[in-house]
Design a protein around this ligand. Structure first.
Ligand SMILES: *Cc1c(COP(=O)(O)O)cnc(C)c1O
Length: 267
């Protein structure tokens, strides 16, 4: 790599490709792959990463906010995009740009149906997020009946997937907790599928879930940090290559004594 003439963050797309293939090697052939490009592609470049992931063959992309999805659409990316944390104020834009919402509470669910219905949508793809222990966003198991009733009232939306998020998939010490999350997920999805009468995609694994819980890959996995080159453990880090290198130039080097200070307020 050339020496830096200024401060640059270099992104190595070959490393991205190798990380993707390593993660794919952990999956069965049928398991779909969602590439997570939220937060500016984990601080790299969401558009370039997303374009390359689409070329590599990912089935889905995911962002956190509607705004992030709009940026990808403006860049000409046509792949399905899940918005993990949309706000009702942005539902209209979300639909205009063919983004797919995660719906995570009865309130958000009702508001989405209202907006989609006003925009004359039918079978608009949505993703239902259930809380199985992270206790952040998500429906609870006892929301299943409410969801089923609402779905039967109209055909404005259609459930494309049901998912949950693991709280500590990289932590060996929390194995029992993770297994209980996976167990709860199986029970609530079976109950919901039984009621609604069709089978949306199921997914719960992030990067460490892919590596540590092969029994929980279900129909799709969602990977972010692994694509960017981190395996969340000493052993797995060896199988990934960080895609980003920050390069700069050194302006000056001082030799100072131990106990001396540097900069404002001697901080
Ligand atoms: C960020 C995020 C991911 C990706 O997790 P990694 O540990 O970076 O692979 C997956 N699912 C959800 C819901 C997320 O918010």
């Amino acid at each position: 790599m050339p020496k830096a003439k200024e401060t640059v963050l270099e992104i190595n797309l070959t490393s991205l490709e190798e990380n993707y293939h390593y993660l794919k090697s952990k999956l069965s052939e049928e398991t779909k792959f969602m590439g997570v490009v939220k937060a500016f592609g984990y601080g790299s470049d969401a558009i370039e990463i997303a374009k390359n992931l689409v070329e590599l063959g990912v089935n889905y992309l995911a962002v956190a906010y509607v705004k992030e999805g709009v940026v990808l659409r403006d860049a000409g990316i046509e792949a399905p995009i899940l918005v993990l944390h949309p706000q009702p104020a942005n539902f209209s834009t979300l639909i205009d740009r063919c983004l797919e919402p995660s719906l995570y509470s009865p309130n958000v669910f009702k508001q989405f149906i209202k907006v989609a219905s006003e925009k004359n949508q039918t079978n608009y793809p949505v993703h239902l997020k259930f809380n199985t222990g992270l206790n952040r966003l998500g429906f609870w198991e006892n929301d299943v009946d409410f969801i089923d009733e609402k779905l039967k009232e109209s055909n404005v939306i259609k459930v494309a997937s049901i998912f949950s998020h693991l709280a500590a998939s990289e932590d060996e010490k929390e194995k029992d907790f993770t297994i209980s999350q996976i167990h709860n997920f199986k029970i609530l999805t079976a109950s919901l599928i039984n009621k609604i009468g069709y089978s949306p995609l199921l997914h719960i694994c992030n990067t460490s879930g892919i590596l540590n819980y092969p029994e929980a890959h279900f129909d799709m996995v969602r990977s972010g940090i692994g694509l960017y080159g981190f395996g969340n453990s000493e052993v797995e880090n060896k199988n990934f290559q960080p895609i980003a290198t920050l390069k700069s130039i050194i302006s000056q080097i001082h030799q100072i004594e131990k106990g001396e200070s540097v900069g404002y307020n001697r901080a």
